[in-house]
Design a binder for this molecule. Structure first.
Ligand code: IPM
Ligand code: MG
Length: 344
């Protein structure tokens, strides 16, 4: 029996969360689901979107399946109080959750599917994003009324950790190339340190080729020459942007899974957001979270069940009979979920 914390999230979150739990249960893998409240509902009930008891549940189970959370544009910073009385300030609940459970790297495999109309159906890349620093650290302040500053942070320690994860991943999955994505021609010190550190880590993995690309050129190449990329390692913000772009290249946001890893905890989540505009209509594509659920099963050692889920998704997409609106169809979320279960 595996113990898993479920965060049903905001917007379309509950719909894709319930779909994923149903698919995992249909594989026969036994899980005990602990439901933790995070997000809008937690704010209403507990006065904070990230209650300490929800964090404690994630830390205790060590594994969470998390749906997207609603993040307000230009919302306020989130303050998390620790037991010793100290406080941490975060730019939003998503970053806060990742940081508070110790996640330091985000993994987003983006692979195209046969049968899905897409710009780049053959794309097959692994995006590895450093999660704890860069311009997303949340250190911002106003300078008078008409200016504001944000601080971009890069440390050797955090970069090394993310780089080691990327090379270990490449080694385990027999990928032969890790590309470091940066903008070290402008940000010589911060992205320069990121690149230099990643190259040093690469020396411990002589069988893996390490090269690098500027993030702007990387975006162009992904759109025009997508073949050949294998593992891509990048700072927080570039990873955020490039992973959305890659989801677009394979045809939908609804197809790109992901996971956040720390030493003690793994949080599995889709790379898309809460999509409040289509929430509650039973039309959201549940596949991104279902595939994140498959990644979670891999992590729990249930690789056979994980592979059955991935295969069922592949077949449903290839047949193309039951597709949600993002993929050009008219199917409901629950119908697509049931068809995936039929194919398990
Ligand atoms: C993501 C999201 C988040 C991020 C937002 C919602 C804060 O865009 O996971 O890619 O950038 O970390
Ligand atoms: Mg994003």
């Amino acid at each position: 029996m595996h113990r898993v914390t479920i965060i049903r999230g905001d917007g379309v979150g509950p719909e894709i969360s319930d779909a994923t739990v149903k698919v995992i249960e249909a594989t026969g893998v036994k899980c005990e689901w602990d439901y933790a409240l995070v997000g809008v509902k937690a704010e209403q009930d507990w006065g904070t979107p990230l209650p300490a008891h929800s964090l404690a549940m994630i830390r205790r189970s060590g594994v969470a399946l998390k749906s997207p959370l609603f993040i307000e544009k230009m919302g306020s910073k989130l303050i998390v109080e620790h037991e010793d009385g100290s406080q941490r300030i975060y730019s939003n609940v998503n970053n806060a959750l990742r940081r508070e459970v110790g996640a330091y790297v985000n993994l987003r495999p983006v692979r195209g599917f046969e049968g899905v109309r897409a710009h780049t159906p053959k794309l097959d890349v692994i995006i590895i994003r450093e999660l704890t620093e860069d311009i997303y650290s949340g250190y911002e302040h106003c300078v008078g009324e008409d200016a504001a500053e944000a601080i971009k942070i890069t440390t050797r320690q955090a970069t090394e950790r993310a780089a080691r994860f990327a090379f270990e991943y490449a080694r385990r999955h027999r990928r032969r190339r890790v590309s470091v994505i940066h903008k070290a021609n402008v940000l010589q010190l911060t992205d320069g340190l990121f690149l230099r550190t990643a190259r040093q880590v690469a020396q411990h993995y002589p069988e893996i080729k390490c090269d690098d690309a500027m993030v702007d050129s990387c975006a162009y190449q992904l759109a025009c020459h997508p073949e050949g990329w294998e593992v891509m390692l990048m700072p927080n913000q570039y990873g955020d942007i490039i992973s959305d772009m890659c989801a677009g290249l394979i045809g939908s946001f609804g197809l790109a899974p992901g996971a956040n890893f720390g030493e003690q905890v793994a949080v599995f989540e889709a790379s898309h957001g809460a999509a409040p505009d289509i929430a509650g209509q039973n039309i959201v594509n549940p596949i991104a979270l279902i595939l994140s659920g498959a990644m979670m099963l891999d992590h729990l050692g249930e690789t056979e069940a994980a592979e059955r889920i991935r295969e069922a998704v592949r077949v449903v997409l290839k047949e193309g009979r039951v597709l949600t609106p993002d993929l050009g169809g008219t199917a409901k979320t629950t119908t697509m979920t049931n068809v995936i279960i039929d194919h398990l």
